[in-house]
Structures are given as structure tokens and as C-alpha cells.
Design a protein around this ligand. Structure first.
Ligand SMILES: [Zn+2]
Length: 336
């Protein structure tokens, strides 16, 4: 069996004809396998959805009743037969519940890694290398210029700022699924034990992380009950970056805007977004992690998707690994 008989790129996403399912389809389909809960991968409206318990719960929190027709939870490592195709889910280290999906038939195994990272993250299960014939990798930060610093060192910048500007409210922009919980956990691991205030849109996901055993410490709603902005003097407030553009942000005392994202490596992006304190914290592989993962797995072929496909394809070719870009559209990660 040739790899593209088992899995092939289609307008709706990666399709397996033998098992009649899609992985992370961008439009409604009869049967979808979902790698993780970010909105560009986990969309509502499919017939049947197979994903990890956490991803299903996260989709339920985000979409409620419109979620899908039926759901099935896959445990990590469990082998599930779909019309003669064996599929299994393995930790991807990206956000809580995130999985790589291995698809096997007639001795051929393709691993679709979804979004993944190799760095330590106590808010989700660590990436596990899965030997395979074809490895499908993301390339969000697929350029040699991308080297992510140590997350705790980035958090140190926030703690330094809090000491330097004790009167200012520190507003930390972080995407609602994964990044915001990771930022909060990182702050706790750096010894910050004061209350952390969260935007209302983060509350259910933070509660869910806590219910899955991830201790986020003292979280409180970032609402001004008596309308006194000095209530938040020197406090850390975490919210989605979109909230910082509206009136919500202006109510705080001398707000200092920080933003936790892999894109904060690009100075221009930070400047354009009015970010005073860029924090380079990413839930994706940087360039060394991408290339080391490909070396470690040593697959016979690499397929590259979402991001800077061409540079990684070129690197693979120079390393002697056949590679191709998939040109899938519709994946603009909300959790970078
Ligand atoms: Zn993602």
C-alpha cells in the first residue's frame, strides 16, 4: 500500500479512504478524528467524533450542544479498528488532551502529529515519539530563526516587571486553551503564589484543567465589583489577547500589556500589537525541536503541514529524507 492510499490531503482535511474518516477536518464530515481542542483543529458539526477524553470534554465546553452527532473517547495507546484501519492516539505535548494519531493498515503506519512540542509542560502529557513510515509534522515555527527560550526565563521577565512596577496591573495575553493555563502554572512554578485574576472567558477551561489534576493555585475573576481600578494594583491578570483591545483592559490601573506567544520572537509583531512585555512562550516546536524529532523518528517520508512548509521540506531533502508539503488550508493555530 502506498502512503497516499492510506491518507491523503483533501479540501476538508487529511482523509483515509479505507476507514472513511478525516483527521481534523475543517468542514463538517461524517466521521472525524480530532487531535486537540484548538478551534482550527476541533470544529463543531461532525457526525461522529473520535478523540481523547480531554479533547471531547474541551469541545463540549466550547461548543455545547452543537458539538457533533456522537462521540467516542480514545485512551492513549488504545488500538481502535475503523473498517480494517487501526488507529491509536499518543501524547503530543501541545495542550491538555492533545494527541498524535497513528493510522495503520497492511504494515504501513502514518503518524499525524497535529500540533506538538518537545519542551516540558506540566499542564499536559509529554510528547511520545511513535515510530512510523510516514511522519506528518506541523511547521508553525519551521524556519531556522525560531529558537524558543526557556519558558521559566521568560516568566522571570514578568516577575522582574512586577517588582519594578508594583503599582501597575500586569495584563498577560494568552490564548484561552492551553497557553493561559500554562502561563498560570509557570508562574506558580516560579514561586508566585498571590491570587491570579482571569478574564471570564478563561474560567470554564481553567476549572476543567483543575478538575484534571492541574493545580493553578488561587484564581479569581478579573471583575471590578465596586469599580475601583486600584483593586488590581500590582496584580497579574490573564486574558485572551482579543480582550486587551477593548474597554475591558482600560479599566485597570496603569495597565502593562504582556503577551505570551511564540510569535513574540518577532519584534515587529510585539510592536504592532502594542505589547510592552513580550514573553516568548510557545506550545509548538521550534526549529531545533522539529529537526531533532525528524532525526529521532527517522521515517521513510515526511509530510509537512500548516506553517512554513517549504523550509522544512528543503531541510528534510538535504538530510536525505523524502518530504512533501501538504498545502492543507484552514489551520491558523489559535494557540501559538
Ligand atoms: Zn493547536
Amino acid at each position: 500500500m502506498k502512503p497516499d492510499q492510506l491518507l491523503r490531503p483533501m479540501p476538508a482535511g487529511l482523509y483515509c479512504p479505507a476507514g472513511d474518516f478525516y483527521i481534523d477536518p475543517v468542514r463538517p464530515v461524517a466521521r472525524a478524528l480530532i487531535t486537540h481542542g484548538h478551534s482550527d483543529h476541533a470544529r463543531a458539526g461532525h457526525g461522529a467524533v473520535l478523540a481523547t477524553r480531554e479533547t471531547l470534554d474541551i469541545m463540549d465546553i466550547r461548543y455545547g450542544e452543537d458539538l457533533c452527532g456522537s462521540m467516542q473517547a480514545a485512551a492513549f495507546g488504545e488500538r481502535i479498528d475503523l473498517d480494517g484501519v487501526t488507529v491509536s492516539f499518543h501524547p503530543a505535548g501541545h495542550v491538555l488532551g492533545s494527541a498524535q494519531i497513528a493510522v495503520e493498515k497492511d504494515g504501513l503506519r502514518i503518524v499525524a502529529s497535529g500540533d506538538y512540542k518537545r519542551g516540558a509542560d506540566p499542564t499536559c502529557a509529554a510528547y511520545e515519539p511513535v515510530p512510523c513510515d510516514v511522519f506528518i509534522t506541523e511547521a508553525t515555527f519551521g524556519l531556522p530563526v525560531f529558537h524558543h527560550p526557556q519558558p521559566k526565563a521568560e516568566m522571570g521577565k514578568l516577575l522582574t516587571s512586577l517588582r519594578q512596577f508594583p503599582e501597575r496591573s500586569h495584563l498577560v495575553g494568552a490564548y484561552s486553551l492551553g497557553k493561559s493555563q500554562r502561563v498560570i502554572r509557570l508562574l506558580r512554578d516560579c514561586g508566585y503564589d498571590a491570587p491570579i485574576y482571569i478574564h471570564g472567558s478563561l474560567a470554564r477551561l481553567c476549572d476543567y484543567y483543575v478538575s484534571r489534576g492541574i493545580d493553578l493555585g488561587d484564581l479569581r475573576p478579573a471583575t471590578l465589583e465596586k469599580g475601583d481600578p486600584t483593586d488590581f494594583r500590582g496584580a497579574v491578570i490573564v486574558g485572551p489577547p482579543s480582550a486587551f483591545a477593548d474597554r475591558w483592559a482600560r479599566r485597570f490601573n496603569e495597565p502593562l500589556i504582556a503577551f505570551a506567544s511564540g510569535w513574540m520572537m518577532v519584534r515587529q509583531r510585539a510592536k504592532q500589537g502594542g505589547v510592552e512585555l513580550p514573553l516568548v512562550i510557545s506550545d509548538h516546536c521550534d526549529w531545533p525541536e522539529l529537526t531533532e524529532t525528524i532525526r529521532e523518528l527517522a521515517p521513510s517520508e515526511v509530510w509537512v503541514t500548516h506553517g512554513r512548509e517549504e523550509a522544512l521540506v528543503r531541510w528534510c531533502e538535504l538530510a536525505g529524507v523524502p518530504a512533501r508539503p501538504l498545502h492543507l488550508v484552514g489551520y491558523e493555530d489559535e494557540g501559538d
